[in-house]
Design a protein. Structure first.
Length: 465
């Protein structure tokens, strides 16, 4: 559950707005787990000025779990039709029969003061279609039911659904058990360390289980561990120091599919909406999370409070075939990897993400206007306008159909001057000049392999989504 800290600043108590318990699990399944070759992310969207606010289920896919391709043009693939008519904090789980279930908070928008005892649930054979939509009541307390997630408890032979609720003046994590995600047992406390907690995520391991959460006592993310999945077993199991202080919530723990490497994702709360952060560790049992630079990952556009689930290579391919990759791209700076190429009016520049209008940083990659082996960059929200250089300065301008405009607006994608895994963009009509940023504005300058390291870095970018 994200953006609740604004309510705290407005004087509403932490107990009234603190968030959820959530669970990301692998467990000891009764079926043979598939060989995973990718990941799917579920999320809803928000942006700083509310332009991107959309409270349906969005999906993205990734091979490496760090760089994501939004599906369905980053539009929702399914939206609730009952309750508040919106969702937050979706969770995707692969069940014991190898199909999926989707859970989510029943809340549209940011009014976190409203009580709600229900959650949204869908069934899906493959995340290409969604059926059986229903709302399930989890408790009768006059409180919320935030960020529901689920896990398979092999010792019980049942699924546990965990979420945040407030009883007795403090937010804790509650659990209900179910066989079918339609009827549930009575709610009971799952995790209560004695202070308000927010947005937990658990990895179920072999012999040891790990629960990560945000503490409202100091605003940090912590990890707890337990040999049991039983209710209250994590209460006194915190084993880490705080990962980060303030500004981040909604932690989720993801293990790399093919190696012993772990990633901890966190979500920024208001007033910054739509920004995710990542830490890595080589050993979840240790206390060694280190921040991952934004050159290493690219989140889906405006994604909030995500869930990440491993999928097979075939499922990755099938999801792309069903929903499609975006018809637009975003372009990241190499030496300012939190900055994207955008237009601001007619000015072409790099600015730190997120911002609104977010579409200022979306580009349609067209065959080069002067040579189809090159590229021209057409604005998504200003169609018919392209990046072109005039007196070596890049601007956004309407295509006048002239040969001069076509030449000025055509560039060639080359090996990155600062990093061979990235891209540099060479001018068509000034072939010794490349797009680069100077004081955050874009221009074309003569740059070569013998140019300064700073100049080569300024002229290196990543074209992605």
């Amino acid at each position: 559950m994200t953006t609740r800290r604004t309510l705290l600043k407005s004087g509403i108590s932490a107990a009234a707005v603190a968030g959820t318990g959530a669970l990301l699990t692998s467990g000891a399944p009764a079926w043979a787990a598939p060989t995973y070759g990718g990941y799917v992310m579920g999320y809803f969207t928000e942006s700083p000025n509310r332009i991107a606010d959309d409270y349906g289920l969005h999906l993205a896919v990734s091979i490496d779990g760090l760089n994501w391709t939004p599906l369905n043009q980053n539009a929702a693939v399914v939206t609730p039709t009952a309750g508040t008519g919106g969702l937050r904090d979706p969770f995707i789980m692969r069940k014991q029969d190898n199909t999926f279930v989707v859970l989510a908070t029943d809340l549209r928008g940011t009014d976190f003061s409203q009580p709600n005892q229900y959650i949204h649930i869908w069934d899906s054979p493959d995340l290409r279609s969604f059926t059986g939509y229903r709302r399930v009541r989890m408790h009768t307390m006059p409180t919320h039911t935030w960020a529901p997630e689920a896990f398979w408890d092999a010792s019980r032979g049942q699924y546990g659904i965990v979420y945040s609720a407030n009883s007795g003046g403090r937010d804790a994590f509650y659990v209900n058990y179910t066989n079918d995600f339609r009827t549930v047992s009575a709610a009971q406390v799952y995790f209560d360390p004695g202070f308000n907690v927010l947005d937990a995520t658990v990895h179920v391991g072999s012999g040891m289980n790990y629960l990560y959460y945000k503490s409202f006592a100091d605003g940090r993310l912590y990890g707890a561990r337990s040999t049991s999945l039983a209710p209250r077993s994590f209460d006194r199991g915190t084993y880490t120091s705080g990962v980060v202080n303030g500004g981040i919530e909604a932690p989720i723990v993801v293990k790399a599919n093919d190696r012993n490497e772990w990633f901890l994702w966190g979500d920024s709360f208001a007033p910054v909406n739509g920004e995710l952060y990542v830490w890595r560790s080589g050993d979840i049992a240790g206390n060694g999370w280190t921040p991952l630079g934004k050159d290493r990952y690219t989140q889906p556009l405006n994604a909030k409070h995500p869930t990440i689930t491993p999928i097979t290579a075939a499922e990755h391919t099938a999801l792309l075939a069903r929903w499609g990759a975006p018809a637009w791209n975003r372009i990241k700076s190499y030496n300012f990897p939190d900055h994207l190429i955008r237009h601001a009016g007619t000015t072409a520049r790099i600015d730190p993400y997120p911002f609104d209008p977010y579409a200022d940083a979306q580009w349609r990659l067209r065959p080069g206007l002067a040579n189809t082996s090159g590229l021209s960059f057409e604005s998504v929200n200003m169609p018919g306008r392209y990046l072109r250089h005039t007196n070596y300065v890049l601007t956004l301008a309407a295509n006048d159909g002239s040969a001069t405009f076509a030449a000025d607006a055509t560039f060639y994608r080359t090996t990155g001057l600062a990093d061979a895994g990235w891209t540099s963009l060479r001018s068509h009509n000034f072939p010794d000049r490349y797009i680069r940023h100077t004081n955050y504005q874009l221009r074309i300058d003569p740059i070569s392999a013998s140019s300064s390291e700073a100049a080569r870095a300024d002229a290196t970018f990543q074209i992605g989504y």
